[in-house]
Design a protein around this ligand. Structure first.
Ligand code: C5P
Length: 212
């Protein structure tokens, strides 16, 4: 089974994806980490994130087997990753790996922005996880504080909105729900309830399939 989970930042998609993968015994890939790793490589080498040649070279050279997740979650990398993710050559360089990951037996859960639309358009189940920007900003602030970082809610909200806008407006694989994605609005849901709602959708799709 392949499960595609897309949505904007701090919608809850990452946590849902991890838990869904654990429940069904599937591989899990947080595709955002790939763009973050490219961003880190470019920034570490001293180049701006919109340097197409550097970003493309970094994407091609990326070691996709190991990521230091913590080091990739800094605000500078977060911001740079969405600039880098708009470069078509970078997306192209990361495409085959993601597609191969998705079809590795026994199946996988991938979360990101374009999983249901570009990476795995034939996924068995597609979820588009959303929540209001205000609620997402609150979640992100709690996350940053838990990591011991200072976080101002208004600034975090502005960053999120800027990133949403950039991710949605770019021409290369923009953030959008696939036509056959199931919308899961987590605005009023805690993480347990959001996870249960995701499993309900997956089970409904699976049972529907079996009946046919
Ligand atoms: O999901 P996360 O917030 O870690 O992703 C960081 C950035 O990577 C996003 O803002 C987006 O620009 C980019 N991204 C993407 N396509 C994906 C996953 C992430 O463009 N499938």
């Amino acid at each position: 089974m392949i499960v595609a989970i897309d949505g904007p930042a701090a919608s809850g998609k990452g946590t849902i994806a991890k838990r869904v993968a654990a429940l069904y015994g599937l591989h899990h890939l947080d595709t955002g980490l790939l763009y973050r790793a490219v961003a880190k490589a470019v920034l570490d080498a001293g180049y701006p994130p919109d340097d197409v040649a550097q970003a493309t070279a970094a994407a091609i050279a990326l070691d996709l087997t190991k990521f230091d997740e913590n080091a990739l979650k800094t605000p500078a990398i977060t911001e740079a990753s969405s600039v880098i993710a708009a470069i078509p050559q970078v997306r192209e360089a990361l495409l085959d790996y993601q597609r191969a990951f998705a079809i590795r037996p026994p199946g996988a859960v991938l979360d990101g922005r374009d999983v249901g639309t570009v990476i795995a358009p034939g996924a068995d189940v597609k979820l588009f996880v959303a929540a209001t920007p205000e609620v997402r900003a609150k979640r992100r602030v709690l996350e940053l504080k838990a990591r011991g970082e200072a976080a101002d809610e208004r600034e975090v909200l502005a960053d999120l909105l800027r990133r949403d806008e950039r991710d949605s407006r770019r021409t290369a694989a923009p953030l959008k729900a696939a036509p056959d994605a199931h919308l899961l609005d987590t605005t009023h849901l805690g993480i347990d309830a959001a996870f249960r709602a995701a499993v309900d959708i997956i089970e409904a799709v699976r049972t529907g399939r079996k009946r046919r």
